[in-house]
Design a protein around this ligand. Sequence first.
Ligand SMILES: *Cc1c(COP(=O)(O)O)cnc(C)c1O
Length: 227
Amino acid sequence: MASIEENVALVKSEICAYESRYERTAGSVLLLAASKQQSVEKIQQAVHAGQINFGENYLQEALPKIAACREQNIIWHFIGLIQRNKTKKIAEHFAWVHSVASPQIAERLNHYRPEHLSPLNICLQVNISAEAHKTGVPPAEVMALAKFCQSLPRLTLRGLMAIPPLKYSFAEQRAELNKLRLIYDKLKAESAQIDTLSMGMSADMEAAIAEGSTLVRIGTAIFGART
Ligand SMILES: *Cc1c(COP(=O)(O)O)cnc(C)c1O
């Protein structure tokens, strides 16, 4: 089995190859290591391979890992479902939140973001497939929520995120991801500071880069299957 160091290098080389294949600017796709259910030791192995950005889904699991990696200069991203009562700690311990989907949650993150830290970078999670059980703001409400978030001084709206339903064919993956891309283009046209299209996981990374992703969230391809 390949080591985590080797996997990080491999995923990075794939990102480079896809940037060139789909005529994306070299270095325009950031790699986020999705480290939920992975140990501090494994996170540190990825750090040794040069990995800087890590994403966590569960606050309780993330806090001890963040504390254990204090010396490592990691940039932590919250990518999971946000519960109201977790907003204070999320605002205190993360640099980014990808999963903002309501004005109430945005308001609380803004309220709790400590003054000594720079504004919290956020993405709006969009429910592109309009599945009732999926979280995310409906596409029709993205522009209004974006405007609201931009009025909050302790947040910096950076872009959009989605977790599309798993599709097996490359063409279907692209069609799904293209829905988010179109909303992103519209938002970006209205606002200069929008620069992040957070889409693509281990199974659809190539399709995501083809569709303009600027940040891929990769777990399995770096750490192996979650046990
Ligand atoms: C787990 C997770 C990922 C990574 O998924 P893999 O398929 O393991 O690459 C990406 N984004 C989110 C929001 C996740 O929860």
